[in-house]
Design a protein around this ligand. Structure first.
Ligand code: ATP
Length: 292
């Protein structure tokens, strides 16, 4: 039986606004989500031996129910009464616990892979309905294109992709808990809400500067205070020619958007120099919309 290979892209938030905390504890958000070329690779094949056989090339991640990719396969097996087994191997390239939806995108890839391998015939919406039960970012990762994300992340409106440009990613070696960041967020009048609608218009106009002039993430008010290294990285990106730099998701990853390769490479060298503030540094580009 032949297997399949799926690219599972990372995301950044070009804009992230929190509208309110709902009585059930979830936060209502308005976010502009952009995929990147940077991706994990997921290999999957059917096995005659029942069960889920998950391996990863990163030793520290769980390979059982603790891994959201395992849970994705498990949900599909139970829901569709699948008797055979599945072997899954993930090559992890997206920084972990970084605000780049690394787990959610693996989860989405496995949902997609189970649908194809076992010929379940589910459409994208059906996959998204299952995905949202596994994580708020999973429906977006199944869409695989630039989008406005609302509600708790499940209401998605596709947008044109960010015009092609170098995107520098730097993850400082600090851990951030998404739950803690949202819990600590104070939604008072001191918060500067990003212009999400203006950014969506700029994307529709293919206006790179219109997008970079509107970068904003309300969660920076929490994470940057706790980890000032994020601000240091932003400053290095800006002083080396970035049009704009911002923390992605709940952090701690910072991205910088450039309009030329030379500046982006110079900033890459500075940030990846030994003893610098960033632990993991990548030079990538926006992902292309796949047009579902
Ligand atoms: P988001 O942007 O959706 O909040 P993130 O990029 O901040 O996600 P992840 O990389 O998804 O965070 O990792 C969060 C936690 O989930 C990690 O501590 C890790 O142990 C666990 N985890 C479970 N499965 C995976 C997976 N397949 N890839 C990465 N982390 C995983």
């Amino acid at each position: 039986m032949s297997g399949i290979t799926i690219a599972a892209p990372a995301k950044i938030n070009l804009g992230l606004d929190v509208i309110r905390r709902r009585p059930d504890g979830y936060h209502e958000v308005r976010m502009i989500m952009q995929m990147l070329d940077l991706h994990d690779t997921v290999f999957m094949e059917i096995t005659s031996e029942p069960g889920i056989h998950l391996t990863m090339d990163l030793p520290d991640l769980p390979t059982d129910e603790g891994n959201i990719a395992f849970r994705a396969a498990d949900v599909m097996m139970k829901r569709f009464g699948i008797r055979e087994g599945v072997r899954i191997h993930i090559e992890k390239r997206i920084p972990v616990a970084a605000g780049m939806a690394g787990g959610s995108t693996d989860c989405a890839a496995v949902l997609d892979g189970m649908n194809s391998l076992f010929k379940l015939g589910l459409d994208r919406q059906a996959l998204m309905d299952i995905g949202v039960t596994l994580g708020a970012d999973v429906p977006y990762c199944l869409l695989r294109q630039t989008a406005l994300s609302e509600g708790i992340g499940e209401l998605l409106t596709p947008l044109p992709a960010l015009p092609d440009c170098p995107v520098l990613i730097a993850k400082p070696p600090v851990s951030v808990s998404t739950g803690h960041v949202y819990q600590s967020l104070k939604l008072d009048e001191s918060i500067r809400h990003p212009d999400i609608d203006g950014m969506a218009q700029a994307l529709k106009a293919g206006d790179l500067h219109g997008v970079t002039g509107r970068l904003g993430n309300v969660l920076e008010t929490v994470t940057v205070k706790e980890h000032p290294v994020i601000e240091d990285i932003k400053k290095i990106m800006i002083s080396n020619g970035a049009l704009g730099a911002l923390m992605s998701g709940s952090g701690p990853t910072v991205f910088g958007i450039y309009d030329n390769e030379a500046s982006a490479k110079m900033a890459y060298e500075k940030l990846s120099a030994q003893g610098g503030p960033a632990g993991q540094v990548y030079l990538t580009r926006p992902g292309k919309n796949c047009g579902f």
